[in-house]
Every structure is written in structure tokens, then in C-alpha cells.
Write a protein that binds this ligand. Structure first.
Ligand SMILES: *Cc1c(COP(=O)(O)O)cnc(C)c1O
Length: 407
């Protein structure tokens, strides 16, 4: 796949905000830490309100935030972007802008939990209906399509099995019905996957993950292919109020400079880690789109430039093996989130999905020994050695079972 710009992607990431400071020529985009902007005259103030051009008030638009928004639009091949305070503000704002009473949405069943929960628990109060289905099968999406379906919202790859949804097929389907396709591109980032080039109308990001990449800020973004769609979204979202703060934007913009370097290095590590895990006697199965054993290996190769750096794997020995591995490893931070420069590891059964019963987890495809590893940019040998040592603590299947607390 080609990027619609004259530079290769890494060069684009590094130079994406060049010339942002015309006044002093600062190489790093300045932080415009101001809530409001002085109008030189009544006429100029009136002109800014009338045209929407220029700066009025930071909730509406701020120069540092604008630099980040323009950068993200370019990286995703879109025409407009609105940055949000968090990834969830971006998701909620997407629903709030493009759905209303009497509308229906189809979404990926295993998408990021809160993106599904806010729709099912809160948007129902406003008369929005939804179905969360296995979008990896376009026939299933078609079967759940309704006369009032306005939005198809997919996440690919998606937790916990790194299931892939065919973006181009979904775009064709949504457009045939006059609806919009939105894609949560958080897992792969624009370095590896460009949903707009594949036909999507809207791209969502949790900037908290790869794009910022340093586990030090939360943020989100909505990028649109069509300027009118972007203008509509900005108008609603800036009033909704979940917009980004300039200091946050500056941090994320700094992350963007090294985005390509980080994503490619982490992926290089992840490919080797996935191969190592697939061979390991204490590992039952590995979910990673870069392994030929992934059921959608070919689709993943076709629509993305690489498999990324998130690996899910199931340990033999279930819950207690998961607990022992996570207590046994020293290098990856025992933490939720993903896409940081450091490796992060989490055990859904004891952490993110501990509120569910083992049966509910099993129904959702989350087995007790499932572990999610977001591979970082450390030296590969160190990651492998640490995992080896951690896996040695897991015990053989059934061995020492009951030592760790069962749910
Ligand atoms: C983290 C995440 C979100 C939510 O982002 P926040 O910044 O935590 O609000 C949405 N989608 C995906 C895929 C995520 O990983």
C-alpha cells in the first residue's frame, strides 16, 4: 500500500510539524498554553467567529493542538482530524456526532470493552440501537444490517484473539447501504494500516497507545476522509467538550516523531517473541497475525503492512500459570494498556476481565491462561531471556495447581 505523500513514512513522521513556528523558527512546535486568544480589533474578532478561521478559544481550536491534528490527518491520509482528551472521548464523540434516536450501529463484538459498554449501557437511553457481532465474517455483518443502520464500527486486529476484519469488504458493504465505516486503528497505527486508503470514512485512535508511545499521556483522535464529515464532527465535538489540552498535544506530537521507528522495532521483536512462544512447551496457543497459524494470516498480510506488536497467548495450566508467569517476569511492566516503548504484560482473567465469571470469560473467548503481551522496543535477547525465566516458573500442566489463588 502506498502513502499519499511525497515522503516515506518515517521521514513524514519526523518532519510532520516542520515550520509550525513561523515567528521564531522553533524546531519543536511551541506549546500555546492559553485558554483564549486576543482579537486585534472588533472586526477581526467578528471575522473569526464568522469564518471559523483563526483562533478564538482553546476548547474550539489551539495552535499546538492544530499541529497535532494536521499531523494525524496526514499520517492517516485523511483531510480533517479532531483531537480528543482520551481515546474514549473520541469514541463517545463519534457516536454522539453520527448517531441519533432511531439509528442503529453494527460493531465488532470483541472491540475495546468501554467502546462497546458505553453504546450498550448509555446510548440506549437516547434511542440508539446496536448489535455487536463477529465482523471478521462480512456475511454476519450483512445478516445484522437493518434499515436504520447508519454506522459500521470495526476494530481490527481486536482482542483477545487478534481477530482481523476485512476493512475493504466492510467499506463496500457500508457504502452499498449508504452508511459510514469507522475503524479503530489503535492496534496497528498508521505505520502499519491505513483504513482510509482501504475505503473507511473515519479512523479512531487512542493516542495513549502507539502514537504517543511513552505511557505518559492519554489522548484520542477522530480522523475523517471527507472534509464535510470532519467539519460536522468538529462542530459537534468542540461543543461536546472533550477536546485536547495543548500540553497533551505537544507530548503526543513528540511521540509522533519516533512513531515509525518504535512501531517497526517493536514489531521486529514481536515476530521473534511470537515464534518463541509458539514453540514453547508451556504455551498452548499463540494469537498473532504474523504467524501462519493465525486463521486470517493472508487477510492480515493483504490489508496491513505488518502484524504489529501485540501478542495474546494461552498458557497450559490456566489461571494459576497466568499468575505465576506475571509474577515471574521482570522486564515487562505488569500493566494494562499497550503500544508503549516498554513491554507491557497483563492477564485478563485476574485483571481486566476479573469482574466476569470464568463462564462469562469462556463465552467471550478469554481463557483462564490467556496472557496479553504488548512487545516493546527493548533488546530482543533481554525480552526472550526474561520470558524464558518467567515461563520456567509456570510449572508443567496441572503441576503445583492450587498454589495460586483461583477465582
Ligand atoms: C485504549 C483503547 C481505547 C480507549 O482509549 P483511552 O485513551 O484509554 O480512552 C480505545 N480503543 C482501543 C483499541 C484501545 O486500545
Amino acid at each position: 500500500m502506498e502513502h499519499d505523500n511525497p515522503h516515506a513514512f518515517n521521514t513524514l513522521c519526523i518532519h510532520v510539524d516542520e515550520g509550525a513556528d513561523e515567528q521564531f523558527g522553533a524546531v519543536s512546535t511551541p506549546i500555546f498554553q492559553t485558554s483564549t486568544f486576543r482579537f486585534p480589533s472588533v472586526e477581526e474578532g467578528a471575522a473569526r467567529f464568522a469564518s471559523g478561521k483563526g483562533y478564538i478559544y482553546t476548547r474550539l481550536k489551539n495552535p499546538t493542538v492544530s499541529q497535532l491534528e494536521q499531523a494525524l490527518a496526514r499520517l492517516e491520509g485523511g483531510t480533517a482530524c479532531t483531537a480528543a482528551a482520551t481515546g474514549m472521548a473520541a469514541v463517545s464523540g463519534l457516536y454522539f456526532t453520527f448517531l441519533g434516536a432511531g439509528d442503529h450501529m453494527v460493531g465488532t463484538d470483541c472491540m475495546y470493552g468501554p467502546s462497546r459498554l458505553i453504546m450498550e449501557r448509555e446510548f440506549t437511553r437516547f434511542g440508539v440501537q446496536s448489535d455487536f457481532v463477529d465482523t471478521s465474517d462480512p456475511a454476519v455483518v450483512e445478516r445484522h444490517w437493518k434499515e436504520n443502520t447508519k454506522l459500521l464500527y470495526i476494530e481490527t486486529p481486536a482482542n483477545p484473539t487478534l481477530k482481523i476484519t476485512d476493512i475493504a469488504a466492510c467499506a463496500a458493504l457500508a457504502h452499498r447501504h449508504g452508511a459510514l465505516l469507522a475503524v479503530d486503528n489503535t492496534f496497528l497505527s498508521p505505520v502499519l494500516q491505513n483504513p482510509i486508503a482501504l475505503g473507511a470514512d473515519i479512523v479512531i485512535h487512542s493516542l495513549t497507545k502507539h502514537i504517543n508511545g511513552h505511557s505518559d499521556v492519554v489522548g484520542g483522535a477522530v480522523i475523517t476522509k471527507d472534509p464535510a464529515l470532519g467539519a460536522r464532527h468538529r462542530k459537534v465535538f468542540t461543543t461536546f467538550g472533550g477536546t485536547m489540552d495543548p500540553h497533551q498535544a505537544w507530548l503526543v506530537l513528540r511521540g509522533v516523531k519516533s512513531l515509525s521507528l518504535r512501531v517497526l522495532k517493536a514489531q521486529e521483536n514481536a515476530i521473534r517473541v511470537a515464534e518463541f512462544l509458539a514453540e514453547h512447551p508451556r504455551v498452548e496457543s499463540v494469537y498473532y497475525p504474523g504467524l501462519k497459524s493465525h486463521p486470517q494470516y493472508e487477510l492480515a498480510r493483504r490489508q496491513a503492512k505488518g502484524p504489529g506488536s501485540i501478542i495474546a497467548f494461552v498458557l497450559k495450566g490456566g489461571y494459576s500459570a497466568g499468575v505465576r508467569l506475571l509474577n515471574g517476569v521482570k522486564l515487562p511492566a505488569l500493566a494494562v494498556s499497550l503500544g508503549g516503548i516498554e513491554s507491557l504484560i497483563q492477564h485478563p482473567a485476574s485483571m481486566t476481565h476479573s469482574g466476569m465469571t470464568p463462564q462469562e470469560r469462556s463465552d467471550a473467548g478469554i481463557s483462564e491462561g490467556l496472557v496479553r503481551l504488548s512487545v516493546g522496543c527493548e533488546d530482543l535477547a533481554d525480552i526472550l531471556e526474561d520470558l524464558k525465566a518467567g515461563l520456567a516458573q509456570c510449572g508443567a500442566e496441572g503441576h503445583r495447581a492450587g498454589e495460586a489463588r483461583e477465582p
